[in-house]
Write a protein that binds this ligand. Structure first.
Ligand SMILES: [Zn+2]
Length: 133
């Protein structure tokens, strides 16, 4: 995985392509213990996690810095997190159904959709293409 400075450059490029330039995105590299306590759905094995504020147009992407998956799949993971920002309004609305029968269904559907889009994205814009220009 590139260093944080390079990752920030890559995020800027990806933001343009994904039309989310209006978001301020902060990266935070944290250890697995902090990752477990950072979000409601996170645990030691969470690779990345994004918190988005749709009213302030900002987001924080937490990276579980020691996670072994990062070496090979950091790019897919990052694109996946950026799609969470793209779809932040969906989450903002679906959160209103938190703690109902719909919670798990909406959550699973959202994760599947975000992962599906991320995989399509990286086939169109592979890591090598993003790194070169
Ligand atoms: Zn996700």
């Amino acid at each position: 995985m590139p260093n944080m400075e390079k990752l920030n450059e890559i995020i800027k490029k990806l933001q343009k392509i994904m039309r989310i330039q209006d978001y301020d995105i902060e990266l935070k590299s944290i250890d697995q213990y902090r990752m477990k306590h950072e979000g409601n759905d996170s645990d030691f094995s969470t690779v990345m996690l994004t918190e988005t504020d749709v009213r302030k147009n900002n987001a924080i992407i937490f990276i579980n810095k020691d996670h072994p998956v990062l070496e090979k799949e950091w790019y897919l993971c990052l694109v996946h997190e950026l799609y969470h920002i793209v779809s932040a309004r969906y989450r903002y609305i679906s959160d209103r159904f938190a703690n109902t029968d719909l919670t798990e269904l909406l959550e699973t559907e959202k994760e599947n959709l975000v992962e599906h889009l991320a995989k399509i994205f990286i086939s169109i814009y592979p890591e090598s293409k993003i790194m070169e220009d």
